[in-house]
Every structure is written in C-alpha cells, then in structure tokens.
Design a protein around this ligand. Structure first.
Ligand code: VTB
Length: 317
C-alpha cells in the first residue's frame, strides 16, 4: 500500500465532514448523510487507486453512491477494497450531539470481511488490554482481566455502551462490577477507537451495534495494536440467507481484528461533532477547522491532524 495514500485519505474524510458539518443540528439526518456521501464520492474520484467499495451505503439498488461493488478512484493505481461510513452517527449529527465522524478504511483486495448490514456483538479495547478480552466470557470477567492488564481497579475503567434496551442486563452487571459507564445514543465506531487512545477516558466498547461499522472499528484497532472481537447477531432467516450469500458459513464465528481487516490496512476519520476521539468541524469567518486521525497498520503510525480550510480557495464548501 502506497503510504502517501494515508494522507490522501484524510482529504476524503475532511471533505465529508466539511460537507455534512453544515447539517449539524438541523434535524435532517438524510440530508447530512447525503452531503457526506456525495463529498466522499467526489474526493475519492481523485485518488490514484482502483478501488471497490465492499462496506458502503448499501446495495446498488438502495444507494445512489458508494454502494457495495461500486468502483471508485481513477482506476490507475493499486487494487484496493474500501470500507466507508461517510457519516457514522447520522442521528447525532442531525441533533448536534457528540460523537459523529466521517470515516474510511482501505485494504488490499480481499482484505475486509464482507459484513452484511446486520447487528454485531462487539468488545473492543486498546493495546494495554490486548489478548485478555473474550466475547464468550461475562462482562465482569472481561473487566477484571482488563483492570489487571492495565494495573488499575475495575472502578477506574470506563465502558462505552449504546443506550438500548438490549443492553440493559449488561449495564446492570457492569455497574455491579464497579466500572463507570458512558451510555451513548449512537455512533459506536469512534468510542471503539478511543479505547485504544491513551488518555481518551474510554477503556472498552461493549455491546451490539452494526456489523459493517464493526469492520471499520477493527481496521482502526488493527492499526493501533488494539484488540476487538465481534460476532454476528442474526435476527431472522433472511439475515442468515443474506450472510450465506456473502460467503459466511459459520454463524457463531468470533471475528478478531485480523479476520475483519487483513493485510496493509489504512484508516482515516474526521470529527463531524465533538467526541472522545476527535473534535467536530468548527466554522469561522472564511473557513473551518477539522480534526482527523489517520493510521496505517504497517507502520502503526497514528497521526492526529488539525487542518484549517480557507473557503476562498475551496469554493466548494
Ligand atoms: C446504531 C448506530 C451505531 O449501530 O445504533 C447502529 O448509532 C445499530 O443500532 O453507530 P440500532 O439499530 O439499535 O440503532 C451503529 O450504526 C454502528 O455500529
């Protein structure tokens, strides 16, 4: 993977964030998502890659852009697979709440799990707790192991969980175990990554969210030396059929980072609204500032990038 691509990717997520940033708090999640998707699609066009979207906005017939199977890039460079979520956390963006990001990951052809659009049970931690998590163990056991690995008390740990009734039982157990909980309304990719950033205040992401987003989180955690386990959650026979048609045969399989994202992976994200990981887009007279992260699994370099964009020279925004 050409390492310059990593910096090129930041331009893609910045463009998405700058575009949907205009929709923050406007109560229109569809418009925000469309703005991010359109900007991401347009910027991808300028990359010297032969890209195929494998995690995208949906199937060809349901998404006008960045649909699964869509070819992107100039078509003159390395063959890569692309996972995108132009606006992860459409609701939070529409409500102006914390935690929405624009995100993308690249892997060599065949590098990503083709995750169907369904639920995935997830547990994610940073490098300090790598190798101690077990999705088959109880939340309490996982917390004890993480605390031991991090040389701290369970009471010092903060777990991020989507605020959903399906997590009520786990929330009770985690509180009883003594850990702090940060319940979020949406957007579980950024907190999974934050768990791998020392000093972010997040130690673990736990619970059931989207499977495609699980692949994006796994890509980032692979670049950071963190750890993640995921297991698909089937809600119907249709979902089983769909998974089968995407090549999935073992419905109980526990996916580790490398099963979801393999090879030389590059990941980038830009904050749309403020969060534990990234600051949101801040507009001012004549421009805006963005906050992004870009990383490569090969070098494990993690770059946080603040960029100031001057609109006179970027009239598109
Ligand atoms: C959402 C979204 C998350 O999972 O919650 C979704 O906010 C699925 O959960 O960021 P619901 O169906 O209960 O809303 C994510 O998209 C990603 O994992």
């Amino acid at each position: 993977m050409d390492r310059n691509l990593a910096l090129e990717l930041i331009r893609v997520t910045e463009a998405a964030a700058l575009s949907c940033g205009r929709w923050v708090g406007k109560g229109n999640k569809m418009a925000a998502d469309e703005a991010a998707t359109e900007a991401m699609r347009r910027t991808l066009e300028s990359l010297d890659i032969t890209g195929t979207v494998v995690i995208g906005e949906g199937e060809m017939d349901e998404a006008p852009m960045l649909y699964i199977g869509e070819k992107v890039g100039r078509g003159n460079g390395q063959e890569v697979d692309i996972a995108v979520d132009p606006l992860e956390g459409t609701n939070i963006c529409a409500k102006g709440m914390n935690g929405s990001i624009a995100t993308i990951a690249l892997a060599p052809r065949g590098g990503f799990l083709h995750a169907p659009d369904m639920y995935m049970e997830k547990i994610a931690v940073g490098p300090a707790a790598k190798g101690v998590i077990d999705i088959n163990a109880s939340p309490t056991d996982n917390l004890k192991k993480i605390a031991q690995a991090k040389s701290c008390y369970v009471e010092d740990l903060t777990v991020v969980i989507l605020d959903r009734p399906r997590h009520d039982k786990a929330v009770v157990e985690i509180r009883k175990a003594g850990a702090r909980i940060h319940l979020i309304s949406d957007g579980d990719v950024a907190p999974a990554i934050a768990a791998a950033v020392e000093g972010s205040g997040v130690d673990m992401l736990f619970g059931i969210g989207g499977a495609p987003e699980g692949v994006l989180a796994a890509s980032a955690l692979k670049c950071m030396g963190g750890d993640m386990q995921g297991r698909l959650v089937f809600m119907s026979n249709e979902e089983r059929d769909r998974a089968r048609s995407m090549g999935i045969t073992d419905f109980e399989k526990v996916y580790h980072c490398d099963d979801m994202a393999s090879g030389d992976v590059v990941f980038a994200a830009t904050g749309v609204t403020n969060g534990d990981l990234l600051q949101g887009v801040r507009y001012y007279s004549g421009g805006a500032e963005t906050h992004s992260v870009v990383m490569r699994s090969k070098s494990r370099t993690i770059r946080f990038i603040n960029a100031r964009h001057t609109f006179d020279y970027k009239p598109i925004y």
